[in-house]
Design a protein around this ligand. Structure first.
Ligand code: GAL
Length: 641
């Protein structure tokens, strides 16, 4: 498939006189796509029912006739001020019970029926007008669901909707909700939390001490379903008027709604990649590594998202926003090293992105993001990123095809597990996403290319290794599918540790057919109390006491089992540091016949159907297999036969 570039543009921010020149310069830089419109509601409908589409008609015409393809965003992430007068209770409410005020963005509650009706109207208007416009080649719904902690809202509207959601989840025989069923499922006998009716159930905030984890998990699942429904409402309208593909732009490490379920209604998954902002703000690495990669970004964080969104998009995915220079929102906002914008772009293509769009075309002189770089400075002079974008576009002209391939290794990613870990982390800073990133990093530093799989997967044909870390609720048919897969399978820690209602199951976990191992006890441990593993590596943060006759594959220096299993199935009962995970996976990769490396931190390999892409994030050159990888570089090689 041919790969393309684009940018994010806000014609409403700039005088009409410069649009033509902007469009011409975009084309001249080799860009194909221009995304517009996603924050423009106040200029499309300045007062209720007064639609001003002429400027948008003009902008689409200018961009399209210059040769660009337009991605049109629905503007529902930025309801205008009049909307709050019309629907004062549409604002989301935070965990402390405070409404989240107007004056930035994403100030809406996914459960507010009045706001949803307003969204349906504006999306219908846009779709009627532009659904058949030849220049509008793709659509984007809203902008970054969940960003700025906006998935969960403790509003009155959410309370009403949560009660109806619970009625359908615990339907009883009359299908109107059976409160006894809910009380049983949640274990509400504990602390006399039994309810007599669904109308008594409140949202799980402002309780004296922690609410029932079953209550919290139900609320998280409900909140996720509200995002899915909100997106679906827009998609169903758009599809009545357009055949163009529909995308949403997800944000890095936002895991509080199920992206696979949102993705089921869309044609393309896309995400917004800000490697330097993420390193400071959400990777969760050590200060030393933050310093080492301050101007390059974490070498695995973006790649994990690329692989995740390839799965969410069922193969079709983009980077909708790519950092082109310093951002404005992280604790520190450095400039990328020369070459990094190109490296990030090629990394996305190597992982299968169809398009990479730079955010944004020109730095805005006003408002919240005035310190956020673009491809152009506020005075329209090119920034260094523009030169790198141009370089990639030249390279794409010469070698536009990157052929995706199935990877040998797969990791199952389960948003529901992330909700469960968030409800009950058991130890400070223990997180499901963090565990998956650790496992991913270890496999990548062994040189592996990885596919992410949704938790609904039952057919593992074609994979050499399948890993299911931390999947708190693991349905029985998934356990059976994994145990009977042809691949080597690694499960745990904390897999199958709860039933679907957040209670401990008996038989005790992991309860894997054919493997005699039981998690007898668990402990979370201070980060400064690591436990040494025989050979190399440490247990950090969390450990399970494993009992049973299964063969011990890895043990602590005191002789306690860390991982047990057989040639086919491994159960890992701890969270490990990088060398611990590497030593566990190295043997499994070697015995699966995979090519195994011991890559330096910062050097990563991604194999496509025909090529090896080597990425060196380090400021030092590295020698791998006789080839020199220069500092901060991309090296394309033919794949060995
Ligand atoms: C993204 C967002 C953009 C812009 C950008 C700044 O999260 O979608 O609108 O705010 O961050 O880095």
């Amino acid at each position: 498939m041919k790969r393309t570039l684009g940018t994010c543009y806000y014609p409403e921010h700039w005088p009409r006189e410069i649009w033509d020149n902007d469009a011409r310069r975009m084309v001249e830089a080799g860009l194909t796509w221009v995304r517009i419109g996603e924050f423009a509601w106040s200029r499309i409908e300045p007062t209720p029912g007064d639609y001003r589409f002429e400027w948008l008609d003009d902008a689409i015409e200018v961009l399209g006739s210059a040769g660009l393809k337009v991605v049109l965003g629905t503007p529902t992430a930025t309801p205008p001020r009049w909307m709050i007068d019309k629907h004062p209770d549409m604002l989301a409410v935070d965990v402390h019970g405070h409404p989240r005020k107007f004056g930035s963005r994403r100030h809406y509650c996914f459960s507010h029926e009045g706001y949803k009706a307003e969204c349906a109207t504006i999306v219908t208007k846009l779709a009627e007008r532009y659904g058949r416009n030849a220049h509008v080649a793709a659509w984007q719904t809203d902008n970054e669901y969940g960003c700025h902690d906006t998935t969960i809202s403790y509003s009155d509207a959410a309370r009403v909707a949560f009660r109806s959601w619970l009625r359908t989840r615990y339907p009883g025989h009359g299908n109107d909700g059976d409160i006894t069923q809910l009380n049983e499922a949640w274990g509400n006998v504990f602390w006399s939390m039994d309810y007599d009716s669904f109308d008594q159930i409140d949202l799980p905030n402002l309780t004296v001490t922690e609410p029932n984890p079953a209550h919290s998990l139900a609320f998280r699942r409900f909140s996720s379903d509200q995002v899915v429904a909100f997106n679906k409402l827009q998609v169903e309208i758009l599809r009545r008027y357009t055949d163009a593909p529909i995308a949403h732009n997800y944000m890095g490490r936002i895991t509080d709604f199920d992206h696979f379920k949102v993705g089921d209604d869309l044609d393309i998954a896309s995400w917004d990649s800000y490697p330097l902002g993420f390193l400071e703000d959400r990777v969760g690495t050590t200060p030393d590594r933050q310093r080492k990669f301050a101007r390059q970004g974490d070498p695995d964080f973006q790649a994990l998202h690329h692989d995740l969104y390839r799965a969410v998009g069922k193969g079709r995915w983009w980077v909708m926003e790519q950092q082109p220079g310093p951002v404005n929102w992280a604790p520190f906002n450095p400039d990328p090293l020369p070459g990094m914008v190109r490296l990030w772009t090629w990394e996305a293509f190597a992982h299968g992105a169809e398009a990479v769009c730079y955010f944004r075309w020109r730095q805005a002189p006003m408002a919240q993001e005035q310190l956020h770089a673009g491809l152009l400075r506020p005075d329209s002079v090119e920034t260094p990123a523009m030169k790198e974008a141009r370089q990639v576009s030249d390279e794409l002209r010469d070698a536009p095809i990157v052929a995706s391939a199935k990877s040998p290794v797969a990791i199952i990613f389960d948003y529901d597990a992330d909700f469960a870990w968030a409800v009950q982390p058991h130890g400070k800073d223990l997180s499901y996403f963090g565990l998956v990133l650790d496992v991913y990093r270890a496999l990548r530093s062994l040189g592996q290319s990885i596919d992410i799989l949704p938790p609904s997967t039952r057919d593992f044909t074609g994979y050499s290794i399948v890993v299911a870390p931390g999947m708190m609720h693991m349905p029985d048919d998934l356990k059976r599918a994994l145990v009977s897969a042809n691949a080597k399978v690694v499960i745990g820690p904390r897999s199958g540790a709860r039933n679907g209602e957040m209670s401990i199951p008996t038989p005790l976990p992991p309860d894997l057919p054919g493997l005699d191992v039981t998690v007898a006890r668990i402990e979370s441990i201070r980060p400064d109390m690591p436990i040494q593993i025989e050979g190399s590596g440490q247990i950090v943060g969390y450990r399970e006491e494993l009992e049973g006759a299964a063969k011990v594959l890895m043990r602590t220096t005191e002789g306690r089992p860390v991982a047990v299993g057989n040639d086919h199935l491994t159960y890992a009962g701890a969270m490990l540091d990088l060398s611990g995970w590497k030593s566990l996976f190295r043997d499994i990769c070697v015995s699966s016949g995979l090519r195994v490396f011991d890559l330096p931190d910062g050097v990563r390999l991604r194999e496509t159907a025909t090529e090896c892409f080597w990425f060196n994030f380090d400021i030092k050159a590295h020698e791998i297999e006789g080839a020199t990888l220069p500092p901060v570089s991309v090296t394309r090689q033919g794949k060995p036969a």
